[in-house]
Design a protein around this ligand. Structure first.
Ligand code: BGP
Length: 469
């Protein structure tokens, strides 16, 4: 077997509208939940947008996208993942008619990508629910969100169905368990949110995702629809069977989300959880049929870390890990405590493939780090980000191993291919990109773009189909 990646492997990078675009109140855009979250995912929202919110301007991709896409093309990108900002299309979320100016922006963006032959991979909802839907309806706890979402989907499918071949219904849909406001637009603070309301919101998202898949097949039969989850393998802290069982239970919390999307029904372990928590889901007459008949074409996921679990002792959860969990004593961690585990990526790829036999797409992976600009050999500023190269290299080697294991992997998009505002901290100093953006956490900076050392490294990896790894 060749140790090169497949010829049609989709190499690229990923961002989300709210983390790059800026222009938060231009082009008729309404406010999104991100516009009132100046300090990140773990902090409460403000009443109005505040000047310390870096996302309001972000990296000004809204105005600078032609130059940015030219840089991505220079690296040889085959695919670019971004999201559509829902509140550019429906500023409040519940209007009758879409905002034409918002649609026109994405027309221009897709034109630019087409110019270079870069395929678009679109996240329909990436942590950017229109704020009005959060404040007036309490987000996805309200069943009416399904109709608002489907109306939005219908507009964007009709507009771009012939040019966007890959769609993801919700970013990291399982993260609603951890961040109800950011992930589900649920305004009730997490510690006051009942389990019944949380699971009801999850049910609404499942039905919306399946109904969107149905709509997609009617409007754009050639498109492929995927679910998107946070993948973080859960290892037992010790070989004690009780630790193994606890790890399985924690894993189930996440797997339930893709199980529903792929198998079209609630798994038994999830129904048991609902019973034990005394939750009785309110269902529409057709909900279960909609889930069953409209399963996804592929499973996509973000992969940053693995975690440990114990069923025998109380161990403090790792602060830095997005999904909590006990730190693994055998692994190093990033500056933010995210544990670095390339082999875990191979494990997850095999686990998901064994479980569903559906093509898999790694749509986020990368290292957040504090980069330092230095003068490059030609006098142009650059970053010697060997740590990022090492991280990505090690993970891609494991992807190649998984492909050799027989796993069907469609592609790989690194997170934050151009520096962008962090989802968890809302800072710019947590950088992931191949392209450095001159903007600091205090909002200063010229917004100039500079190629980091990893830029040339990734270009060579893509051009050689992984031979340089
Ligand atoms: C994922 C989100 C992204 C992204 C990434 C990196 O959870 O889907 O939006 O931001 O994590 O996280 P952070 O920006 O917090 O480092």
């Amino acid at each position: 077997m060749s140790d090169l990646f497949p010829k049609d492997f989709l190499w690229g990078g990923a961002v989300a509208a709210n983390q790059v675009e800026g222009a938060y109140n231009e082009g008729g855009k309404g406010l999104s939940i991100q516009d009132v979250l100046p300090h990140g995912i773990k902090t409460p929202p403000t009443a109005e947008p505040t000047p310390d919110n870096l996302k309001l301007e972000a990296i000004d991709f809204y105005h600078r996208y032609p130059d940015d896409i030219a840089l991505l093309a220079e690296m040889g990108f085959k695919v670019f993942r971004t999201s559509i900002a829902w509140s550019r299309i429906f500023p409040r979320g519940d209007e009758e008619e879409p905002n034409e100016e918002g649609l026109a922006f994405y027309d221009r963006l897709f034109d630019e990508l087409d110019k270079y032959g870069i395929t678009s991979l679109v996240t329909i909802s990436h942590y950017e629910t229109p704020l009005h839907l959060a404040r007036t309806y309490n987000g996805w706890t309200d069943r009416r969100l399904i109709d608002f979402y489907l109306k939005y989907c219908e507009v964007i499918f009709r507009r771009w169905g012939d040019r966007v071949p890959y769609w993801l219904t919700f970013n990291e849909i399982n993260s609603v368990l951890h961040f109800p406001f950011v992930s589900g637009g649920i305004a009730t603070p997490k510690d006051e949110l009942s389990r019944a309301d949380l699971y009801q919101a999850i049910h609404h998202e499942f039905v919306a995702s399946a109904a969107a898949t149905k709509l997609a097949r009617e409007i754009m039969p050639q498109a492929r629809i995927g679910c998107m989850v946070v993948a973080a393998p859960v290892y037992p802290l010790t070989p004690d069977p009780r630790d193994v069982l606890a790890a399985m239970h924690t894993d189930h919390d996440s797997l339930a989300f893709s199980d529903v999307h792929v198998r079209g029904e609630y798994p038994g372990y999830f129904l048991r959880r609902l019973r034990e928590e005394g939750v009785d889901l309110k269902m529409g007459d057709d909900d279960l049929r909609i889930l069953k008949e409209n399963t996804v074409d592929f499973v996509s996921f973000s992969y940053y870390m693995s975690v440990c679990e114990s069923g025998t002792r109380e161990v403090p959860a790792g602060e830095g890990n997005i999904v909590g969990g006990i730190p693994n004593p055998t692994l190093p961690a990033s500056e933010w405590g995210w544990q670095i585990d390339p082999v875990g990526l191979r494990i997850v790829l095999n686990q998901f493939w064994d479980r569903w036999q559906k093509p898999l797409f790694i749509v986020e992976n990368g290292l957040g780090a504090k980069d330092v600009l230095v003068e490059g050999p030609d006098g142009t500023p650059t970053v010697d980000d060997d740590y990022r190269i090492d991280y990505l290299n090690d993970h891609l080697v494991q992807v190649r191993e998984a492909i050799a294991d027989g796993v069907d992997v469609m592609g790989y998009t690194t997170w934050g291919c151009i520096d962008c505002v962090s989802a968890s901290t809302a800072e710019l100093s947590k950088r992931y990109g191949f392209i450095y953006v001159d903007r600091n956490d205090d909002g200063t900076g010229t917004l100039a773009r500079y190629r980091k050392k990893s830029f040339g490294w990734y270009r060579d990896v893509i051009a050689s189909r992984g031979a340089t790894l």
